[in-house]
Ligand binder design. Structure first.
Ligand code: 5RP
Length: 232
């Protein structure tokens, strides 16, 4: 039986198969994406890959990539990303995702939308019959008027909406200086409706529903199996 970290590593390592020399690679956030970044750095060191540049989804991701020898660029210099590799908090049978457990959802979505391919790396425990089964939807909102966004999400059907906080109780701020509201909808039969409603709401910067964006899903299983699947 593999540990959770071993499962994440297995999925992350398999994403290297989608990286070719000369590519611009989007670097997602979270522990599984970090394992991919470390593998990418290793592949550059041992010569398996060359001429790769990465675009990090957060300063912390960029710093980590640099310690692993991954050269960095940005969207100004490289507006088109070949492949973005990222993790997810929850994956539906339709390949839709909840992301933002690490609070990086807005930049992660910008990278995903600038990418020709979005490769998602998860272990089997991220799979759910329906989005929202286990995870709240993280929503990045401007601090100005955030309580009205909380009320709006409750009107949309969220049972509980909590402002994300640090362990000391202070509000968590994103790299853009905004807040994250975690909206507990429970199972979401029609995520498009919620995504649309959030997208047109003033003060909502971005939400963690990544719908119709996954190109490839790499899942590692406790049995040792690995599956690479894609939407039809
Ligand atoms: C960060 C994310 C992460 O991809 C997501 O939280 C999964 O993280 P992990 O790989 O650590 O389980 O969306 O904003």
């Amino acid at each position: 039986m593999s540990t959770r970290n071993e499962l994440k590593l297995q999925a992350a390592a398999a994403a290297l198969d989608f990286i070719e020399p000369g590519m611009v690679v989007g670097l997602g956030g979270g522990s599984t994406a970090a394992l991919f970044v470390a593998q990418l750095g290793q592949a550059l060191q041992n010569g398996r890959l060359r001429n790769i540049v990465g675009i990090p989804s957060a300063p912390v991701v960029g710093a980590f990539a640099q310690t692993h020898g991954v050269p960095l660029t940005d969207l100004e210099r490289h507006p088109h990303i070949d492949v973005c590799v990222d993790g997810a908090d929850e994956v539906s049978p339709q390949f839709d995702l909840i992301k933002g457990g690490g609070g990086l959802l807005t930049r992660e979505k910008i990278l995903a939308q600038a990418s020709a391919e979005l490769v998602i790396v998860v272990d089997e425990y991220k799979h759910a019959d329906m989005l929202g089964q286990r995870w709240a939807v993280p929503v990045e909102v401007m601090a100005f008027g955030w309580t009205s966004q909380r009320d709006f999400m409750q009107e949309l059907g969220a049972r509980v909406v909590t402002a994300r906080r640090h362990p000391d109780g202070t509000l968590y701020h994103t790299d853009q200086g905004n807040l994250i509201l975690d909206a507990h909808f429970g199972p979401i039969p029609t995520p498009t409706d919620i995504a649309m409603a959030l997208s047109v709401r003033a003060g909502v910067v971005e939400h963690g529903l990544f719908l119709g964006m996954t190109s490839k899903l790499i899942t590692s299983y406790a049995t040792g199996a690995l599956a690479v699947t894609s939407p039809t």
